[in-house]
Structure formats: structure tokens, C-alpha cells
Write a protein of this length. Structure first.
Lengths: 124, 368
């Protein structure tokens, strides 16, 4: 069984074993507009919770993507570097940003569930 | 500033009905994009036609005998030589040689000049003009007028069907036309590098005219986002980014707006420092810059040499949808301003290779 959780920075995190896959939410891709450039962290990089480690740029602006939790990057998604528009087309599926081996797998439980994220969106 | 405190254009209701994503800009609530998005709106403008609400811009008239000669005290362009029903791009210059604003001036005949200035500068500009007009001349603000821009290769066909006298205009020609029964002033000009028209309309008729134009084949509404990426590809300056009170026309590469007679007469505000800068050669120059990778370099990105020494900064930069890559402009030391010069741009702490490149990045397609 897989579970998806969310951050207030509009990232989604899906756990499979001890690997978290991280992407940006539909709300985020919609707010950004047409994505034209993505920069991702290299495999092996250690990141802190909340550390800016990727960049997503639309025609108009650049935005940071933060690591939702502490851990080690195990794989960046080269597909979205080669085709940034994928982020608009399939933000919550194929256009994941990176896979992260969590420093503490239990940290995942501290993130918002879908109901919590939807309630957070209502407050914006 | 809350959205409630922002001014709205006469097309506000229509912009919202069209799904415009409204953002604050120069004190106005303006559509940055419509549902199609910046990329699609940009490409549509280059391929067909796009309609922009630019009613936030300042429109005004100078009336009275000798209005062209009087305006020449404030701008370095050839106003007295401007034929009736033609317009010109010029600058409001300052005593120290800086640029107060860039603007369009049309000669409507009978000692009537029609001005379009930037939204963010209109109060400053119009106060400055009013304070400097000799007795007998009056400045009239047109806060009761909207401004639409119909831009793109399909614009001419559309205008030919609706207002043949506009379609007959040369580049920078001006005509009084009727659209949707409204008396409008159209110029063959724009801010996209494409052929097109800017149309001044009484505010209470603006929505009818906009709806008429949007109903024509190939017309898509486009917002400020596409307007910015289009003008950047066209190499056109944005006041407040690429030119401002601290830049003079020499370093801004705008000396083409100051003809020989005006240089010889040297009787416009700021003539002495501007002509001195021209004679001495500017220390820095505005140039086009193409990053060599895919990463856009935004405004205020430092421009550096191999040793990391700062040479200047990017003033406008982003992604060019037609170019399908990043493009920018900025100021560099004059010895590094030649086309082809290799530079580095410090993007997120990393030097990215770039080259000084002639503008426009996408060829202009003005009618000639």
C-alpha cells in the first residue's frame, strides 16, 4: 500500500518502502503556469528538511522546490529536465522531481494527509 | 496593497469573464494571463493575433500653437518634423541625463499632440509636462479612454475588414477610425515586434470594441505575461527594468531616437550630459544576451567575467517561447559590449555561459 502526503510548500510525497518520491501538486503547477525549465539535485546529495534543492521556472518566474524531509537524494527525474512541460501535464504522476531516502522514515507521518492539504488550500 | 485598493481598467469585467488571472501592476489590477497561459498566448500572437488590454497606460493630449516646438524642450526626438497622423517613439529626459520615461507621441494635426506614456510613470510625466508647457498650451489627461493592442500577423486582415482606413496605414501611421460604432484612434504600432495596432477608445465603448475584436477569426486575449516575453524577444526596453532615471540614452543604446538636428540644437532637458556622454563614450552599454544553456537568467542576475568580477547585471530576462530558449538584456562594460563576447551569468551561485547577441532575438515583422 502506498500513501501520499503533502507539504505547505505544495509538494507531494509518496512512500514506497523507505524511499520517498517527491513532486509538486496540481495546485502548484497551475499557479506556476507553463513550466519551461527544471533544475534538480544530483543523486547522493544530502538534504535537510525544508532545504531548497530544485528549481522550477515558468515563462515569468523561478520558484524553489524544497525537500519535504531530511534524507539523501537517490534519483532525480531526468525526464522533466528534458521535457519541462511534463510538470504541467502530469504533476502528480510521471513528473516527479526526485526520489529521497529518508534519514528517518517515521518523519513521513508528520506531513499533511490529503484532507489536511485540501483544508490548507482552502485557507489560501 | 489589497486588490480593492487597485484601480481597474474599463475592461475589468470582461477580463474576469475571460478568465484573466488578475495581478497588481503599476497600481492597476491587470490580467497577467488568460486560461490559455503565457506560452500559448505568446505563440498565438506570433502566429495569428492577440488582443491586449493596455488601458493602464497614460494617454494625454497637448493642445495649442507651437505644441511640437514646446515638447521638444522635454524630449530629444524630432517633434517639429513629425508629419500629421504619424507617431514617434521618444524619451522624456532629465537634467542629469537620465530617462524619466519612454513614450509615443502622435501628431494629430492642428497643433494637437497625442501621448501614450507608461502606467507607472504617468503622474510623474504629466505633472512634469504640465509644469513645463509655455502659456497658451494645455495638457489634457485622457483618463476616460481605454487602450487595446491588437498584435500579430492576422491583425491587418482583421482591421481591413473592420476599418479599411486603419489597414491602409504605414508603420507608425495614425488614423481616426470607427469600430463598433465608437470613434477610435488607431496607430500601426505595438510592443511585440509584430505588425499590429494600438487602439484608443472612449472608456464606455471599450468593452464593445474588445468584444468585436475578440470575435474576429484568429484573435486570442493575451495578458501582461505574454506582452513581456514578446517585447523581450523583440529587444524592446521596459521602463523600470532596462531604462530608468539612472540610465542615459547613450548607454541605453537609444541614441537613434535623437536625430542630428536635435543634437546640434542641444536644447532639450539633459542635452549637455547626454551629448557629453556620447562624446566621451559610455562606460557601460545595454546589450542583448543569450544564455547558452536552458536556464533563464532573470532581472538583477549578475554578469561576471572568468575571474568572477562583476561586469554588470541583467535588467530583463526570461524564457522566449518563440526562441524556445532563454534570452535577456542587460548592461555591460563597453569594452565587452561587442556581439559574440563571452560572459558568465551568476544564476543561483553558479556561472552560466552566455554571449552578447544582437537584438531583436526574434526578427521584427513591422510593415514597412
Amino acid at each position: 500500500m502506498t500513501t501520499v502526503r503533502y507539504t505547505k510548500e505544495h509538494e507531494w510525497v509518496r512512500m514506497e518502502g523507505d524511499i520517498a518520491t517527491v513532486g509538486i501538486t496540481d495546485h502548484a503547477q497551475e499557479a506556476l503556469g507553463d513550466v519551461v525549465f527544471v533544475e534538480l539535485p544530483e543523486a547522493g546529495r544530502e538534504v535537510e528538511e525544508g532545504e531548497a534543492c530544485a528549481v522550477v521556472e515558468s515563462v515569468k518566474a523561478a520558484s524553489d522546490v524544497y525537500s519535504p524531509l531530511a534524507g539523501t537524494i537517490v534519483e532525480p527525474n531526468q525526464a522533466i529536465v528534458d521535457d519541462p512541460a511534463m510538470v504541467n501535464r502530469e504533476a502528480t504522476s510521471g513528473a516527479w522531481f526526485f526520489k529521497l531516502k529518508l534519514a528517518n522514515a517515521s518523519d513521513f507521518d508528520g506531513l499533511m494527509d490529503e484532507a489536511g492539504y485540501n483544508a490548507f488550500l482552502e485557507t489560501l | 496593497m489589497t486588490e480593492e485598493a487597485l484601480k481597474t481598467t474599463p475592461l475589468d469585467a470582461l477580463n474576469r469573464e475571460l478568465g484573466g488571472k488578475m495581478v497588481p501592476f503599476a497600481g492597476y489590477s491587470m490580467p497577467v494571463q488568460y486560461p490559455a497561459g503565457v506560452l500559448t498566448e505568446h505563440l498565438h500572437c506570433r502566429q495569428h493575433a492577440a488582443l491586449f488590454d493596455v488601458s493602464h497606460m497614460g494617454q494625454a493630449s497637448i493642445h495649442g500653437p507651437g505644441s511640437a516646438a514646446a515638447l521638444e524642450r522635454l524630449v530629444p526626438g524630432d517633434m517639429q518634423g513629425l508629419p500629421a497622423m504619424r507617431q514617434k517613439y521618444t524619451l522624456l529626459t532629465m537634467e542629469h541625463g537620465g530617462i524619466m520615461d519612454d513614450l509615443m507621441v502622435a501628431n494629430l494635426g492642428d497643433d494637437h499632440l497625442f501621448l501614450v506614456v507608461n502606467a507607472s510613470r504617468k503622474d510623474i510625466d504629466l505633472a512634469h509636462i504640465a509644469a513645463n508647457l509655455p502659456a497658451g498650451l494645455t495638457l489634457e489627461r485622457h483618463d476616460d479612454r481605454a487602450l487595446l493592442a491588437l498584435q500579430g500577423p492576422a491583425a491587418i486582415t482583421i482591421m481591413a475588414a473592420l476599418a479599411p482606413e486603419a489597414a491602409a496605414l504605414p508603420f507608425m501611421g495614425v488614423a481616426r477610425i470607427t469600430l463598433a460604432g465608437a470613434a477610435c484612434l488607431a496607430s500601426r504600432s505595438g510592443y511585440t515586434g509584430e505588425d499590429g495596432f494600438e487602439i484608443s477608445i472612449p472608456s464606455d465603448r471599450a468593452e464593445d470594441v474588445a468584444r468585436l475584436l475578440l470575435a474576429q477569426p484568429g484573435v486570442m486575449p493575451a495578458g501582461l505575461g505574454a506582452r513581456d516575453s514578446l517585447r523581450l524577444e523583440a529587444g524592446l526596453c521596459l521602463y523600470g527594468n532596462d531604462i530608468d532615471e539612472t540610465t542615459n540614452p547613450v548607454e541605453a543604446a537609444l541614441m537613434w531616437t535623437i536625430p542630428k538636428r536635435r543634437r546640434a540644437e542641444a536644447n532639450f532637458i539633459g542635452a549637455a550630459p547626454i551629448l557629453a556622454a556620447l562624446a566621451a563614450g559610455p562606460a557601460r552599454k545595454r546589450v542583448g544576451i543569450l544564455p547558452e544553456g536552458r536556464a533563464p537568467a532573470r532581472g538583477h542576475t549578475p554578469i561576471v567575467d572568468d575571474s568572477g568580477t562583476t561586469l554588470g547585471e541583467i535588467t530583463s530576462g526570461g524564457f522566449g517561447p518563440t526562441l524556445n530558449g532563454p534570452c535577456a538584456m542587460g548592461y555591460v562594460r563597453t569594452d565587452l559590449a561587442a556581439n559574440g563576447t563571452a560572459l558568465s551569468l551568476m544564476v543561483r551561485g553558479k556561472p552560466l555561459p552566455a554571449r552578447v547577441t544582437a537584438t531583436p532575438f526574434v526578427p521584427h515583422r513591422y510593415v514597412r
